[in-house]
Design a protein around this ligand. Sequence first.
Ligand SMILES: [Mg+2]
Length: 271
Amino acid sequence: MSAPRHLLDCWTEVARRVRRAGKVALFADLDGTLARIRRRPEEVRLPPRIRALLGEIAANHVTVGIISGRGLEDLEARVGLEGIWYAGAHGYCLRDLSGRTRSWIGPTQETRMREVRQRLEGEIGALPGIRLEPKGPTVAVHYREAPRRSRELARAAIGQLLESHPRLHLLSGKKVWELLPASGVDKWEAIRRILRLERNRGSGGWLTFYLGDDTTDERVFDQMKGISIAVGKRRRTKARYFLDTTAEVRIFLEKFREVLWLRQPKSHSGS
Ligand SMILES: [Mg+2]
């Protein structure tokens, strides 16, 4: 793992790659990446300037997608943009540019997750500071405000669930444990699906950007070949670049939009 470099320090070379690319895609996580983390997930808001920039970028022949652990409806309501892709529940649900929704959960998995939700509600739903959030195919156990005793009991209950449902998949994020129906569907799979569905968008290969801040984003950093960007203070990452804050993410989006503006005549003649 080589140390990531500050994206803005390398901007000249990244901008050159954007200008030369056949097709450009920009994917980003929401919480802690485009929007600052708040004490409660429902308080997280996308800054209006970031929303406007993403809209302008999408209008400039770029495939834009928000890839999140949030449920699809919640994610779309919080971002509030048309003309972009949404992947919710860590890639289990996908909504395309026309608003068509696809989901990758089968009947067996649905039954499994119903049982998981019921057991969690019964066993840890009333613990102080623990908050359960059903998100369609997945369920999140938030413990940001939980005292130690609650955290330990919640952890033990999840451990037992994982033993009785061997296919169940656990993701640990920032002050949250997420239970997924199975492994194999994740943010990287969601991105691959979107790129396949968008393959006719232009000619040439993809230059793909991905921004994320959490352990759940590391698989994307590990697998993708394009410009992977870790947001925040964490330096043990497989991302090639980093940005320190969501404020720097805004600066990056401003610069990205400028490069697209310079690139525009070329993509017109190419289409
Ligand atoms: Mg995040």
